[in-house]
Design a protein. Structure first.
Length: 185
């Protein structure tokens, strides 16, 4: 898919073995922050992967449009690399469709995570902006992006990228806000 650079100096690209140290560092930082259930949103089972090879294998299977892992839809994951120092500041995925009971209700077309030490610097907003370009390149004209009602930071990211509130749904006692974003803005 597209490789893009932003005014924040980050590049969204698919991960590779050269990212092993940075990705495992990001994983360790998220685990140390004990950020809760959604700490690894958009990370393609990084929490469960013991090695970079294992994680890349999961991502490869998830991107397979013919045979994704059971219960999953095809998706592509991207790392957000800060160009000034090569730091992986976040990970975002793009679900190729949401014809799935969970994704269609509250999971949406993408999830994203920013390294805890890099939060509040605008990276999530820029990652989502760049991923909307990836959505457009895949032919998705409108995408569902969701956030917990208790996550105003994520809500601001969605709104800054043109999110239009649809409704709030309750999932296992949590209220999830649904937003639609037109990719042809």
């Amino acid at each position: 898919m597209l490789h893009m650079e932003s005014s924040l100096g980050i590049l969204l690209r698919e991960p590779s073995m050269r990212d092993a140290e940075q990705v495992m560092s990001l994983k360790a930082e998220i685990l140390a922050a004990d950020s809760g259930e959604d700490a690894f949103a958009g990370c393609g089972e990084l929490r469960q992967a013991d090695t970079m090879e294992e994680w890349l294998d999961v991502l490869k299977r998830q991107s397979d449009g013919e045979n994704p892992p059971e219960g999953r839809v095809p998706s592509t994951s991207y790392v957000a690399e800060r160009l000034s120092d090569g730091c992986i500041v976040g990970i975002i995925d793009l679900r190729h469709h949401i014809n799935h009971p969970v994704l269609g209700l509250w999971g949406g077309h993408m999830g994203y995570t920013v390294r805890p030490s890099e939060r509040g610097k605008g990276y999530a907003k820029e990652m989502l902006r760049q991923n909307l370009i990836n959505c457009r390149a895949r032919g998705l004209q409108k995408v569902l992006v969701t956030c917990s009602q208790t996550n105003p930071e994520s809500e601001r990211v969605i709104l800054a990228n043109g999110g239009v509130y649809e409704k709030t749904v309750e999932v296992e006692g949590e209220r999830i806000k649904r937003y639609w974003i037109e990719t042809a803005l």
